[in-house]
Design a binder for this molecule. Structure first.
Ligand code: G16
Length: 540
């Protein structure tokens, strides 16, 4: 380690005094103006992680669903996964170190993790379309190079594309080629093969309208469209040529506000979907003849995917274990449908893809989706090998196995991916001959509401039982329990967000009016018992 160079460069990326940040649900996130030192330091950390794992590590500059003025950064581990929890702690420690302590913290991490500093390091970078992203990713590069790391900058990428690149590079190309072309070809080939397998290809001009949140998804879909245009035509809206990133559009807006995105022309019953700012989430929706919005969120995506996979497994004649992983945000109706009608085991983890992903890895086939549309399906290596063998057969079993093999290739198994998920969904709808309305009708969501409450320090709220129960502050859970008792089919929970400086409140009940009222009352309890600041929550 050239200690002198680290000290010198670190001074160019000074930490604003008094600023403390934590590696949250998906890395560091805050207003872009406060992130320069974090980027430099994450460049340093990525080099140590790469030396430690002897693998390529990814650094993604994005704040995904957050407002355009925010930014963020997260590290991607060798198999395209989120950073290991012990290294999240190192990240927080390094991010908050005072200037004079940087070298000591770097040395501590290296010693604690027995990092061989002579080892080579290789980092790949990607960034979203925020105005601040280019400069911030230069600060990451500064951190990487000052510690002697080599790097490749993919520049503009969706977050899941960078996860894919990391996975490809560390598996010697077995997962795919670590280029944009490789990504487009792998997914499009699997999609087109699936479409060809449909007995009745349904409407010949299949098309879907996509709200791109004015983000990177638009650029990447435009780049990729030509690869699958014979199977699916896309109409892109909110493509970033005019509007602001995530403003009144995108998957997070549509899901949380339960409103149509602005900037989109929609006729009744047209199939539409929304990506978020870095294209790792997707929700579907349509408007009925009465102009009423029907939202098809991550829970319904998980249901469609797992029921399709279960049917294929039956045809293939293999008894493999399949599990669905959700979070506390999953609509009660979805969990009931999966368990009682589909007879699929369902597990609940804390919010954050890292938690769902690890749980899903325990199954032969693990399907995980957060209600907000973030998810994918994972297939064990043994399943992949078995299905490939069966796909050689020329009978009905072989046909189903071929379909399964293509589905395996179409999912981005490194991370939830809006582009890949959209193609999976479109393929399943064709293969099953389902309309979006029939898909929506699988079950009826319990009315629900999500709200945010501002508090002085959201860390006063701690939770247990996969975030369904508040442990602190004292009295909050009891207050929630009393409020929930007032309503039918009701459930509510609160948790500190790991990406925004707010406390999130979720409530569901037998009617929208009751869900709204419960969410409001719980927000008020949070405001009163957890140190609310600013305007008191207002009833809708
Ligand atoms: C990130 C995470 C998701 C999480 C979301 C909200 O999404 O990857 O797993 O559900 O933040 O997290 P929180 O409620 O803690 O703020 P994204 O799309 O913003 O990267």
């Amino acid at each position: 380690m050239d200690l002198e160079a680290v000290t010198k460069h670190s001074a160019f990326h000074a930490k604003p005094s008094g600023l403390t940040l934590q590696y949250g649900t998906a890395g560091f996130r805050t207003t872009a103006a406060h992130l320069d030192h974090i980027m430099f330091r994450m460049g340093l950390l990525a080099v140590l992680r790469s030396k430690h794992t002897r693998s390529t590590i990814g650094v993604m500059v994005t704040a995904s669903h957050n407002p355009e003025e925010d930014n963020g950064v997260k590290l991607i581990d060798p198999l395209g996964e989120m950073l290991a929890p012990s290294w999240e702690e190192h990240a927080t420690c390094l991010a908050n170190a005072e200037e004079q302590d940087i070298l000591r913290v770097l040395t501590d991490i290296s010693e604690k993790e027995s990092v061989d500093l002579q080892q080579d390091a290789f980092i790949v970078l990607g960034r979203d379309t925020r105005p601040s992203s280019e400069k911030l990713s230069q600060s990451v590069i500064d951190g990487v190079t000052v510690l002697g790391g080599q790097f490749h900058d993919y520049s503009l990428l969706t977050t899941p594309q960078l996860h894919y690149m990391v996975y490809c590079r560390n598996t010697g190309g077995q997962y795919g080629k670590a280029t944009i072309e490789g990504y487009c070809q792998k997914l499009s080939k699997a999609f087109m093969e699936l479409i060809k397998q449909a007995s009745c290809s349904g409407d010949e001009n299949r098309s879907v309208k996509v709200d791109c949140a004015n983000g990177i998804g638009a650029l990447k879909l435009k780049e990729m469209q030509r690869y699958f245009s014979q199977g699916l035509s896309l109409q892109l809206f909110n493509d970033g040529t005019r509007g602001k990133l995530n403003h009144l559009c995108g998957a997070d807006f549509v899901k949380t506000h339960q409103k149509l995105p602005q900037g989109m022309e929609i006729k009744s019953n047209e199939r539409c979907c929304s990506f978020d700012g870095d294209a790792d989430r997707i929700v579907y929706f349509y408007c009925d003849a009465g102009g009423h919005l029907h939202l098809i969120d991550g829970d319904k995506i998980a249901t469609l995917v797992s029921s399709f996979l279960k049917e294929l497994l039956l045809e293939v004649g293999e008894s493999l274990n399949i599990g669905v992983v959700q979070t506390a945000y999953a609509n009660g109706s979805s969990t009931r449908y999966l368990e009682e009608v589909m007879k699929v085991p369902v597990y609940c983890t804390k919010t954050g893809v890292k938690h769902l992903h690890h749980k899903a890895q325990e199954f032969d086939i693990g399907v995980y989706f957060e209600a907000n549309g973030h998810g994918t399906a994972l297939f064990s290596k043994a399943v992949e090998v078995k299905i490939k063998q069966l796909a050689e057969l020329e009978d009905e079993k072989g046909k189903a196995a071929k379909m399964l093999a293509n589905i395996i290739n179409l999912f981005n198994q490194a991370a939830g991916d809006a582009i890949s998920d959209m193609l999976v969904i479109e393929a399943i709808l064709v293969l099953k001959g389902l309309t979006v309305q029939q898909w929506d009708a699988l079950y009826t969501d319990l009315p629900n509401r999500q709200l945010k409450v501002k508090v002085a320090d959201r860390r006063v709220i701690s939770t247990t039982d996969a975030e369904r129960q508040a442990v602190t502050p004292p009295g909050l859970q009891e207050a929630i329990n009393d409020l929930v008792k007032k309503y039918k089919l009701a459930r509510a929970f609160v948790r500190p967000s790991g990406t925004e400086d707010v406390v999130r409140v979720y409530a569901e009940a037998d009617s929208q009016e009751n869900a709204d009222s419960l969410a409001y009352e719980v927000s008020l309890a949070v405001y009163q018992l957890a140190g609310g600041i600013g305007e008191r929550p207002q009833s809708s």
